[in-house]
Design a protein around this ligand. Structure first.
Ligand code: GAL
Length: 411
């Protein structure tokens, strides 16, 4: 028995060491966002040293640029071997419905993954009874970041609701803080909008909005747009020129008091900036969302026609493994998608996120692909741009409703 095991292990080692070839993975995790993915690639290279890995990235937060390049490659018939896509409608509503992805259910079966990934998450990456990608993490979108020492100095506490946020903003302005809130380029403003909506409509209202039960033109939603407008009045005027990292920097240097961003900001603060959670930076659920976890997950799939199928399957195995997830996530600021991860490897921030993930109402993020198809998402940015310029709540609500109808989730 022991001997058989030894031979089997030796064979496995030899076959992976001998595996040659190439692997191209495609994502938007470059620069400051790179270290977590690099750790995963390193692990893959340890297991498959002869495979040349091309870690292809197109920078730009939330994949705004990468998704456009991916589209060109997919439509041009030159897909990368494996690419980053959010769990949910972003992948299912585009490349899966277009029949461009391979069914990964056999891989989930052979790796025993149906038992280690949460059922709701597996549902999010499934359609027509098949599973289409391997989730590497779970990120939280509804987090408010601040600098504890600066809040103390200004004599303000963390606001718990959006109306409270708006009055804290007035207090800070009176104390000479020109922009109590920092936001960045367009997608980060949509990200903020998502938190304001959920904090105002509640988790149920948010779900109803994307199942078509609640219309964007409903007075509650129009009112939430107005609240969002007042929140944006607290923000910096140079938003469109800032990346999410540059916006985060303004919390650390004390220019602004608050930023709403996903918990990749925790990865940035701890991995890149080497700050200690709790003192170097503070966090709270965004106002009005304490018992709600707005989730998103990054996942990788296997497009049909991938040049290096075997290497890609091995990549997906590493990505879905406990070892892979616990190499990636402590650096990324996210928690593992797997339920059996070793939390001792994670920061205090991530430990708190892991507790909230278990004890909160879970809803999906719009901006990061979980709840609405790309057709809605890609056009919604213009609605936000126009709203921020005009502050016309009824007009923005009507435009969003038109998009929802066109995207097929509302009438
Ligand atoms: C999200 C992605 C995160 C992070 C963030 C900022 O869409 O899921 O992992 O990369 O964008 O770029």
């Amino acid at each position: 028995m022991k001997k058989a095991l030894l031979i089997a292990t030796a064979l496995a080692v030899t076959s992976s060491a001998l595996a040659t070839g190439k692997l191209e993975i495609f994502s938007w995790w470059s620069g400051d966002e790179g270290p977590a993915l690099e750790a995963l690639v390193k692990l893959y290279k340890e297991k498959y040293p002869s495979v040349a890995v091309d870690n292809a990235t197109v920078s730009g937060g939330a994949g705004t640029n990468a998704k456009a390049v991916l589209k060109t490659r997919m439509l041009g018939g030159t897909p990368p071997d494996s690419f980053q896509a959010h769990a949910g409608q972003e992948l299912i509503g585009t490349w899966v419905v277009a029949n461009r992805m391979e069914d990964l259910s056999p891989l989930f079966k052979s790796e025993g993954w149906s038992k280690v990934f949460p059922k709701d998450l597996v549902r999010l990456i499934s359609s027509k009874g098949k599973i289409w990608s391997v989730p590497v993490n779970v990120h939280r979108s509804n987090v408010m970041w601040y600098n504890p020492a600066k809040l103390k100095q200004w004599g303000v506490t963390v606001p718990k609701t959006w109306p409270e946020f708006i009055s804290t903003c007035a207090t800070l302005k009176a104390k000479g803080v020109a922009a109590p809130l920092v936001v960045g380029e367009n997608w980060t403003q949509q990200h903020l909008w998502e938190s304001v909506m959920i904090g105002t409509l509640g988790a149920q209202g948010w779900e109803d909005l994307f199942s078509g039960k609640l219309k964007f033109t409903d007075p509650r939603v129009v009112g939430a747009f107005t609240t969002y407008g007042k929140v944006m009045d607290c923000a910096n005027k140079d938003a469109s020129g800032l990346s999410w990292q540059q916006a985060s920097d303004r919390i650390i240097d004390g220019t602004s008091a608050f930023n709403i961003m996903g918990d990749w900001a925790a990865g940035y603060f701890t991995t890149t900036k080497k700050l200690a959670p709790g003192t170097g930076f503070g966090w709270a659920a965004s106002p009005g969302t304490t018992k709600t976890f707005v989730m998103l997950a990054d996942s990788f799939g296997l497009p049909k026609g991938a040049k290096n199928r075997t290497e890609t399957m091995n990549w997906l195995k590493v990505l879905g493994s406990k070892e892979g997830q616990d190499a990636f996530n402590p650096l990324k600021g996210s928690i593992a998608a797997r339920t059996d991860s070793d939390l001792s490897k994670y920061s205090t921030y991530s430990k708190s996120a892991a507790t909230d993930w278990k004890n909160s109402k879970i809803v999906g993020s719009l901006v990061h692909g979980a709840v609405a198809p790309e057709s809605f998402m890609s056009a919604f940015g213009a609605v936000i741009d126009q709203f921020v310029a005009s502050k016309n709540s009824a007009g923005a609500a009507a435009a969003a409703q038109q998009l929802a109808i066109r995207s097929g989730f509302s009438k």
